[in-house]
Design a protein around this ligand. Structure first.
Ligand code: BG6
Length: 510
């Protein structure tokens, strides 16, 4: 093993933020996430010199593999999945020297002794200073076991100097009871400050911009409430189907997979009050306070507040695609939701009687995540000619793709008669900044290493998300009715339109 002095990345390191030396130990290292996201993100951070030279990765998984075999696999992964589709050989050479592998079972205590030995050796030889991030990315059924084993192996609390943190990948529980159980297991072994529950939507640049948009500008906050806002729509649509993850997805569905976590996180950033500071707890206090105000959905009113759907065969982006039930590892009579729309109310002064309509689905016409704040119409119809339809102003915050913000306003069409056309005032990230936004996982991994948990979900938020959706999940589970279908490549089942049209409103077509 090389000494830190042999590490060329040590020279001339200039960090914008200073990350401590550390080792990231990835549980589930032979899985998809490690290849697609984690190792490419850590490599990019190294390449940008945001991580110190005293950095190492230990991959931990069942398949037997040597350090070198794992390094080769990770190199291929970076080439395949990184934006650049190549490695910088000089950076790679040094990065690869810090990559190690341990083969073993999550429930085998000996494996943890081996990890512990290797960690100490890496600390000595690479100067990683006893700082550790454990990343749980195994099958979620193993999370509790991994946490207990880490505790038993005395790996959970730093001994002597250094810090220890644990990142828990989603899904965080399968329902409220299992999420609580996992939080309880984690709390037996780790302090809350050590636990980082990842929600990659919080790492997206445009999701972070929601706070900047609301709280660094003086003009929006005064109108960000029931006096001016008619309703809010949050759309998260995907063109893809279940992409070979049918086995997992069929036990989850979109309400579990997307809405109770990602969509609620975005919702809380729109609904929250201004925090007193940007500290992790100040921000998370306001987010949870907003979500605590969400009106409970009575079990006998689920149909008025929530709609589910499942895609049938159809065509997406011009290509024919099979129905959900024909996907690999999906039950032939599956009742799993691949689309859901939910109407929420916040019982607080800011949002009382302003509905938030949320929807998410797979195999929809395109991939879009956007937030639309629809304002109340002008109070008086001054422009009364028959042609004039007065539309509401809409502020659309586009999270992905084509990240940007648009305000829809009425403008006079040039000419002798007064005619109004609805036009967009546009801000586009790409055009304005001309730089690629960093990958969510880069930001989140770096934040964890820096000890900043602002963009991670706190314990109370994970449980609150489940609490809100439980009446819906229970009603769907007990329903004798066949799940409504929608043709792949459409905006969900007819029932979703009815949900919003009953209120005299309609879904936007993003
Ligand atoms: C994941 C879900 O958390 O988010 C996937 O499990 C989904 O089903 C993905 O496709 C969407 O993420 P993104 O960043 O592509 O919007």
């Amino acid at each position: 093993m090389p000494s830190t002095l042999d590490n060329p990345l040590r020279e001339g390191v200039r960090l914008e933020k200073t990350a401590d030396p550390c080792t990231v130990i990835i549980f589930g290292a032979s899985g998809d996430l490690t290849k697609r996201k984690l190792v490419p993100a850590l490599y990019r951070l190294t390449q940008q010199r945001l991580l110190p030279a005293e950095f190492a990765i230990i991959g931990f998984a069942r398949s037997p593999m040597s350090h070198d075999e794992f390094r080769d696999k990770m190199k291929d992964a970076i080439v395949t999945y990184s934006e650049a589709k190549q490695v910088d050989e000089q950076v790679w050479e040094s990065f690869a020297k810090g990559i190690f592998y341990v083969a073993g079972d999550v429930n085998n205590a000996e494996a943890y002794q081996e990890i512990s030995k290797l960690l100490n050796q890496i600390d000595r030889e690479r100067g990683t200073a006893g700082n550790r991030v454990f990343y749980l990315s195994t099958s979620p059924s193993l999370y509790a076991e991994a946490i207990q084993q880490l505790g038993a192996a005395r790996l959970a609390k730093p001994e002597g100097k250094g810090w220890t943190r644990i990142i828990i990948e989603k899904p965080f529980g399968h329902d409220l009871a299992s999420a609580k159980e996992l939080n309880t297991e984690a709390a037996k072994v780790f302090d809350e400050e050590q636990v980082y529950r990842i929600d990659h939507y919080l790492g997206k640049e445009t999701v972070q911009n929601l706070m900047v948009f609301r709280f660094a500008n003086g003009i929006f906050e005064p109108i960000w409430n029931r006096r001016y806002v008619d309703h809010v729509q949050i759309t998260n649509s995907e063109a893809i189907g279940v992409e070979g993850r049918g086995g997992y997805y069929d036990t989850a569905g979109v309400l579990r997979d997307m809405i109770q976590n990602h969509v609620f996180q975005v919702t809380s950033l729109i609904a929250m009050e201004p925090p007193i500071s940007l500290s992790a707890n100040a921000v998370r206090d306001e987010k949870i306070k907003a979500m605590q105000a969400v009106r409970a959905i009575p079990s006998d009113q689920v149909n008025e507040c929530a709609v589910r759907g499942q895609y049938a065969a159809g065509a997406v982006e011009g290509k024919p695609v099979p129905g959900y039930r024909d996907e690999k590892d999906v039950k032939a009579n599956s009742q799993t939701d691949t689309f859901a729309a939910v109407k929420l109310y916040f019982d607080n002064w800011r949002w009382a009687d302003v509905p938030f309509y949320l929807r998410s689905g797979k195999r929809m016409p395109k991939r879009v995540t956007e937030i639309a704040i629809q304002f109340r119409k002008a109070p008086l119809q001054l422009f009364k000619s028959a042609e004039q339809v007065i539309e509401p102003n809409v502020l659309v915050i586009r999270v992905q793709p084509d990240e940007g913000i648009t305000l829809r306003i009425g403008a006079k069409v040039p000419g002798q008669v007064t005619r109004i056309r609805w036009v967009n005032m546009d801000f586009r990230y790409g055009a304005s900044f001309g730089v690629q936004s960093p990958e969510a996982y880069e930001r989140l991994l770096l934040d964890c290493i820096l000890g900043d948990s602002t963009l991670y979900a706190r314990r109370d938020m994970t449980e609150r998300g489940w609490e809100i959706v439980m009446p819906i999940l229970d009603a769907w589970q007990n329903s004798k009715e066949e799940i409504p279908k929608y043709e792949a490549g459409t905006w969900g089942p007819a029932e979703a339109d009815e949900l919003i049209e009953r209120d005299g409103r309609e879904w936007r077509r993003p």
